[in-house]
Design a protein. Structure first.
Length: 247
C-alpha cells in the first residue's frame, strides 16, 4: 500500500475556473477516492478517525452527520484502506457475517434508515471484540436516538465511540459551494457565493440543493449564475423545504 494511503484530500478548483478572490486556505490531502474531500473544523474528528486506522483502540466506531456531509465519502476512503465491504443497515443480513470474516472489516451505512436484522448487527459487534475485526457505522442520528428494539444492541450502540460531522463553518461552506458549482462547470462571481452563504441554511444538504437550483435556472435562461438567479434559487429551495434557506 502506498505510504500516503492513510490520507484524504480536498478539491481545489482549477485556477482558470475560479475567481482569484475565492482562494481558501484549507488543508491539502492526497485523495484516495475518485473525488476529493474538503477538510475543516466541522469534520476534523471524523477525518482523524479514518486517518487513525488501523490503530483504533476500539474496533468499532460510528460517524454521525447530516445528509450530504461526507459520511459516505469517508466510509469509502476507510474501505479502500481496510478492504472492507459496505452494506446499508436497511439490508443487513446473514451475508454480513461472511463479509466481516472474509476481510476482517465491514462498513454499515445509514443506521437511521433502519437496521434490517438487529441480531446480526449485535453479532457483528461481538466479533469486533472476540476476533479483532473492525466495523465502521454511519448515521444521521446519534446512537441514543436510533429506533432500536433489541436492548443489548441499543446498549452496545450507545457505548460505541462516536464522532460527529458538524454543520460547516463559513469558510468550508463557501468552498463547498465553489466545488459544487465547479463540478457543474459553473463559475459564479465571488459576491454570488457570498450572498448564497449568507442567506442559505448552513448545511451540506442545502448547498447541494441550492447549487442544483441555480444550475437549472441558469440553464433555462441561458445565463450565467448571477445574484438575481441565486436569490431566486434560494426562494425555490425555501419553498420546497421550509428548513432550507433561512437566515
Amino acid at each position: 500500500m502506498p505510504e500516503n494511503a492513510g490520507t484524504l484530500a480536498m478539491t481545489v478548483p482549477e485556477p482558470k475556473a475560479v475567481p482569484e478572490q475565492l482562494v481558501f486556505d484549507l488543508p491539502h490531502r492526497p485523495a484516495l477516492a475518485l473525488e476529493d474531500f474538503l477538510v475543516g473544523a466541522s469534520n476534523a474528528a471524523a477525518v482523524a478517525l479514518v486517518d487513525g486506522w488501523p490503530n483504533w483502540t476500539a474496533r468499532a466506531a460510528i460517524v454521525v452527520g447530516p445528509a450530504g456531509s461526507g459520511k459516505s465519502h469517508l466510509t469509502n476512503v476507510w474501505r479502500l484502506k481496510s478492504a472492507a465491504a459496505s452494506i446499508p443497515a436497511s439490508e443487513l443480513g446473514e451475508e454480513a457475517l461472511g463479509e466481516i470474516e472474509r476481510t476482517g472489516a465491514l462498513a454499515i451505512e445509514d443506521l437511521d434508515r433502519g437496521i434490517a436484522d438487529e441480531r446480526i448487527f449485535f453479532h457483528l459487534l461481538n466479533l469486533t471484540k472476540e476476533k479483532g475485526h473492525a466495523l465502521l457505522a454511519t448515521s444521521r442520528t446519534a446512537p441514543g436516538d436510533l429506533d432500536v428494539a433489541l436492548p443489548d444492541l441499543r446498549s452496545r450502540l450507545r457505548a460505541l465511540p462516536m464522532v460527529r460531522i458538524d454543520p460547516p463553518g463559513d469558510e468550508i461552506l463557501k468552498a463547498v459551494l465553489v466545488k459544487l458549482f465547479t463540478d457543474r462547470q459553473l463559475t459564479p462571481e465571488p459576491h454570488v457565493i457570498t450572498h448564497l452563504a449568507l442567506h442559505m441554511e448552513r448545511s451540506f444538504e442545502a448547498a447541494i440543493k441550492v447549487v442544483e437550483a441555480c444550475d437549472q435556472l441558469a440553464l433555462a435562461r441561458q445565463r450565467s449564475v448571477t445574484r438575481a438567479i441565486a436569490a431566486e434559487a434560494l426562494e425555490r429551495v425555501r419553498s420546497q423545504s421550509p428548513a432550507v434557506g433561512k437566515d
